[in-house]
Design a protein around this ligand. Structure first.
Ligand code: PDD
Length: 300
């Protein structure tokens, strides 16, 4: 048995490179990072995070991610410094030889005896960065279009904060997986479709792209902002307007965006086709614009 396990893990190692971590400034394999169970992220989910895509060995939309990280640190009152984390991210990417991957960043309030209120003297935050290879799972679905389901938005009222409190997101993603779907769309009690479990949501109606305005109920997606720029450059009109679950029949095209998702066309919601049920012309144009943008960035 153990012989079998050894050879299986050897084979795994040959194909899946272990992510490289930066734990409070020290670079090490991810499996060597050790953290106390009294870390407030473990006990309370008291932490924030970022996910950044690496193309051609370089972090994409880096300043935008660092600036959102700094905002998260400030809004949560963490004793961390975004610029020093940014320098460590660059250092860790250089130390890894990852060409196409992701950077995961998490900053916790730190380790303290368990008590709901924040400790009087702020503990040293725990700062984790890891760089990992990424195999894009959506290559085929970007061509064919994907199906999603609708799930009640059970999340808290500060979804604009990129906190690690993602249980409702995980439950929705699991329900989508069990339904054989790529993602779940969150619907609020007013019937509005706010965003996906890990993605921003867009629709197209009569040639105009629609997406929910920023507020405390959605994450200010970095890819959402990029999409807005690409739409403008491509000459497609875009308006901030929330989509409604009961008016999906008026929508011609639907798509999701996110750092790892990039752009994903949605052709069915709860088994009902969207528009023609095929990947539509507006999203096709945006997919090309996105690809070109990455190619330009990679060539820099
Ligand atoms: N998810 N909405 C939610 C709820 C998200 O968790 C994410 C990102 C997005 C898209 O944001 P961005 O374009 O900045 O990636 C929207 C990340 C990738 C994750 O949790 O893995």
């Amino acid at each position: 048995m153990s012989g079998q396990r050894d050879s299986a893990s050897e084979i795994r190692e040959m194909f899946v490179k272990e992510p490289l971590a930066n734990w409070n400034g020290a670079i090490m394999p991810l499996s060597e990072v050790r953290v106390s169970v009294l870390d407030r992220a473990f006990l309370f989910g008291d932490a924030i995070y970022e996910v950044i895509r690496i193309y051609n060995g370089k972090p994409f939309l880096f300043q935008e991610h660092v600036s959102r990280l700094e905002k998260s640190i400030e809004k949560m009152g963490l004793a961390a410094n975004g610029q020093s984390i940014a320098a460590r991210i660059q250092e860790t990417i250089s130390a890894s030889d990852v060409e196409s991957g992701i950077v995961y960043v998490q900053v916790t309030r730190g380790v303290a005896p368990r008590s709901h209120r924040y400790p009087d003297s702020l503990p040293k935050p725990n700062e984790l960065i890891y760089v990992s290879e990424f195999n894009d799972p959506y290559l085929e679905l970007r061509e064919t279009g994907a199906a999603v389901i609708i799930q009640d938005d059970l999340r808290w009222k500060r979804c604009d904060l990129k906190s690690v409190n993602l249980l409702a997101n995980c439950m929705a993603a699991q329900a989508a997986h069990e339904a054989g779907c790529a993602d779940a769309l969150f619907v609020n009690t007013a019937g509005e479709l706010v965003e996906g479990s890990r993605t921003s949501l867009f629709g197209v109606r009569n040639g105009t792209i629609l997406t929910a305005p920023l507020g405390k109920n959605i994450l200010p997606g970095i890819t959402r902002k990029l999409l807005m720029d690409l739409a403008e450059k491509s000459g497609v009109e875009l308006r901030e307007e929330t989509l409604h679950s009961e008016r999906l029949s008026e929508i011609d095209e639907l798509f999701l965006t996110g750092t790892t998702t990039e752009i994903l066309p949605i052709t069915a919601v709860d088994d009902q086709p969207i528009g023609s049920g095929e990947v539509g012309p507006v999203v096709q144009r945006l997919l090309v614009a996105y690809k070109n943008r990455i190619a330009e960035f990679s060539a820099l």
